[in-house]
Ligand binder design. Structure first.
Ligand SMILES: [Zn+2]
Length: 116
């Protein structure tokens, strides 16, 4: 499962950050998952549960924020959120091609909350 290795890298980053900032105990982690990131949020949650059953992150809540796809029309520049990832007609000028993706590809750790 692709998401399992993503979660593994997220856990590695959390460990590094924890040491770097001298965090005592991590209580909550928030991850932003874009609609086009290629990762399924449910699978990320499942991967997190699997990989944090033991050790320092045991019982830590993972919050996943789904980031919608946002594009700017390639013709008129209007920013909009297409309902479909493959067919995205501009609501203003009906242009289908050449849109600029503004957000939705990202997958990153937004916040690590810890007891200091
Ligand atoms: Zn347009």
């Amino acid at each position: 499962m692709h998401e399992l290795s993503l979660i593994q890298s997220i856990i590695d980053i959390i460990r590094e950050e924890r040491v770097k900032h001298g965090m005592n105990r991590v209580v909550r982690v928030r991850v932003v998952n874009g609609a086009l990131s290629g990762a399924v949020s449910d699978a990320l949650s499942f991967g997190w549960e699997c990989l944090t059953q033991d050790g320092e992150l045991k019982g830590v809540a993972l919050e996943i924020v789904d980031m919608p796809l946002k594009v700017a029309c390639g013709s008129c520049g209007l920013a909009f959120e297409p309902e479909d990832k493959h067919y995205m007609p501009c609501p203003a000028c009906q242009e289908i091609l050449g849109h600029d993706i503004q957000s939705g590809k990202e997958l990153y750790i937004d916040e690590i909350e810890a007891d200091v």
